[in-house]
Design a protein around this ligand. Structure first.
Ligand code: AMP
Length: 638
């Protein structure tokens, strides 16, 4: 049977190389694009998700169209990040390994430029580059693009998002007018359309799957928790999935580092990846992740862009991305090459609207999932252990010598007793940690104790800085929503909405904050207000005998020992479970389960963590081609 890649028009040398990589049949995008691109006469726009086999879709035709007898650059591939640049280069080198005199060079920031210049001087046909470093090299007049026949703009939406528009213009102006441009993008915002219009002449357009449709292999789930429970929720998700191999996305470098550090402290096999790490640190982190010596990679959007690690089981959105379109890129880290994956969003009740927006944009439904109970986790872990025991490879030669002594130790125990004891070894640890674990699920509309993402910062009875916290004898039983309450306060207090801070809607009463300098005005305004025949009363919070009377206090607090998650409990060896009620991480109001080494579950893969060289804060260097938090302005915000 003729190889299907050959049927598409790919030559034997390249077909054999992709066969060695295990590519047996072309992916849909390859099937559609290869014949079109092989003609070499058209501009091309491919709307394709990451992980669909894009690189071969343009890479294989390029190899057929380039004259490898010449040593001049004939193809230029621009991509947003160093990681992607290295991946594409590596793929192209693999595809062309049987092609005589094929030379591919990777040009990216943060690496030795001299080496890159040397490679260029020696003669290359394909240049794979991030825009910043490429411009640098062009500026040094170290490259001649006069023979370029093809330019590929890969992940065009990301390049624009990172502010590379001008750089791309400058680079393309050094290439011949009659070159063909092939553009690939996961999404097609107006800016990408504009590029297609400016740079291309009647391009052939292919959409793999429906426009903006997420990868069909990815399921999307969301969990609603209170802001301060996010970290505990993350841990619970991880613990409920003993074989998890995940990328966890945070919004900022600081959060990334922070979450990773806490996970490491809690005994998880995790590490951070963000732009403040040195190149060496990033490489080391990625290598550990790729080799599966790490279970959880905590990353920023930019750092994780383009990462192609096979077998990622979950993508966890610890925070939703700022730009809606980043979600596609994040979730694209899983469900790659035909495998299935789950993309999870941990959100607070105010973010449900964003989920609906995502559903509309990617055209897929998100499942509202419930965080498992502590008992569920214990059960799952127990059976994962049982499964492992069942499947473990027994080294007969080594273990046999100990069997008589072991049998002797167990001689008074029945088989069932022995099993119970083995199982209990791990199970007790989980049970100890999780037996009193609280329900972390929050209902829609339940935003008790939240102010923004990180929980309320002001202490009990106090308003946030610059705000006075007030009590009002109306609440949700009076059928007030927060919006209603806001209007009620503004109308009666005769103040603007922007002067109102947090609103904590309770049952028969509520708390709200107003800017200090309008507090008196509000008192004045509410002097003789009635609601449903009842006089409305406002008091300074803390003055009120009612505050905290019975109900849990507003504002991110949970009192130690008062139910909840065993605030007082501290088991030996570093303290399992929640470390003392009310402990907070710097800058946040998040409650954390798990103490140092005690509660968290270690490295279920059975591999030990290696040195933590990659865990440190890093040098603060910013590598080219990897601008963290690039312009972003043109992207669609929530
Ligand atoms: P890409 O979208 O180019 O990043 O590719 C995603 C993953 O799919 C990479 O790991 C590729 O090696 C793999 N891949 C690409 N094409 C094929 C194919 N035809 N058969 C199997 N795997 C493929």
């Amino acid at each position: 049977m003729t190889n299907p890649f050959k049927l598409l028009g790919i030559s034997d040398d390249v077909v054999n190389a992709v066969k060695d990589l295990g590519f047996e049949t072309p992916t849909p995008i390859q099937e559609q694009s290869i014949p079109v691109l092989l003609e070499g006469t058209n501009d091309f726009v491919g709307l394709a998700q990451t992980g669909t086999g894009k690189t071969a879709a343009f890479g294989l035709p390029l190899l057929e169209l380039i004259d490898f007898k010449s040593n001049k650059p004939q193809a230029l591939i621009l991509c947003p990040t160093r990681e992607l640049c290295l991946q594409i280069t590596n793929d192209l080198k693999n595809f062309s390994k049987n092609v005589a005199n094929a030379h591919v060079v990777a040009v990216y920031g943060g690496a030795n430029i001299m080496q890159q210049l040397r490679e260029i001087r020696q003669g290359v046909q394909i240049v794979v580059a991030t825009p910043g470093r490429m411009l640098d090299i062009i500026g040094r007049k170290a490259i001649d693009f006069s023979a370029v026949k093809f330019v590929v703009l890969d992940e065009a939406d990301e390049m624009l998002n990172m502010g590379f528009q001008d750089d791309i213009n400058d680079i393309l102006s050094t290439t011949p007018d009659d070159k063909k441009t092939w553009l690939f993008s996961a999404t097609m915002p107006a800016e990408v359309r504009r590029i297609a219009k400016n740079y291309m002449d009647n391009p052939v357009e292919l959409t793999m799957g429906t426009k903006n449709t997420g990868n069909v292999n990815i399921e999307h789930e969301y969990y609603i928790v209170r802001a301060r429970d996010k970290y505990a929720a993350l841990k619970r998700i991880v613990d409920f999935n003993p074989e998890i191999f995940a990328v966890v996305f945070c919004k900022t470098k600081l959060d990334t580092q922070d979450v990773a550090e806490h996970l490491i402290k809690d005994g998880y096999n995790a590490d951070a990846l963000h732009g403040d790490l040195s190149q060496q640190q990033r490489d080391k982190v990625m290598q550990r992740f790729r080799e599966r010596n790490m279970q959880l990679l905590i990353a920023t959007d930019v750092a994780a862009r383009g990462i192609d690690v096979s077998g990622v089981t979950h993508v966890i959105n610890y925070s939703l991305p700022d730009e809606i379109e980043s979600y596609t890129h994040r979730s694209g880290r899983t469900g790659r090459a035909g495998k299935t994956g789950i993309s999870i969003c941990i959100i607070n009740s105010k973010e449900v609207g964003k989920i609906r927006q995502l559903e509309r944009i990617i055209g897929k439904q998100f499942t509202k999932a419930e965080l498992p109970t502590g008992f569920d986790v214990c059960e799952k872990q127990l059976f994962s252990l049982v499964h492992k025991v069942h499947n473990v490879e027994v080294n007969v030669e080594q273990i046999d010598q100990y069997i008589p002594r072991i049998m002797d130790e167990f001689k008074d125990l029945s088989k069932e007793d022995v099993i119970k004891r083995f199982a209990s070894l791990e199970f007790n640890r989980f049970l100890d940690y999780y037996s009193k674990a609280p329900d972390l699920n929050a209902a829609v509309g339940d935003d008790r104790g939240e102010r923004g993402e990180r929980g309320e910062r002001g202490g009990r009875g106090r308003g946030s800085e610059g705000y006075t916290r007030l009590f009002i004898n109306l609440g949700s039983v009076d059928e007030f929503t927060r919006g209603d309450m806001l209007s009620f306060i503004c109308n009666n207090g005769k103040i603007a909405g922007k002067s109102v801070g947090k609103i904590d809607l309770k049952g028969v009463f509520s708390f709200f904050e107003v800017e200090d300098d309008v507090a008196d005005k509000v008192f004045e305004g509410f002097k003789s207000v009635e609601f449903n025949g009842r006089s409305v009363r406002i008091e300074k919070s803390g003055d009120s005998p009612r505050e905290g009377g019975g109900e849990r206090r507003g504002g991110g607090e949970r009192r130690s020992g008062g139910g909840g998650f065993g605030g007082e409990r501290r088991s030996g060896g570093g303290g399992g479970g929640y470390r003392g009620g009310g402990e907070r991480r710097s800058g946040g109001g998040e409650r954390r389960e798990g103490g140092n080494g005690g509660g968290g579950f270690r490295d279920f893969s059975g591999r030990s963590r290696d040195d933590k060289g990659g865990n440190t804060g890093g040098s603060g260097r910013r590598e080219g081609g990897s601008r963290e938090g690039g312009s972003g302005e043109r992207r669609k915000k929530w």
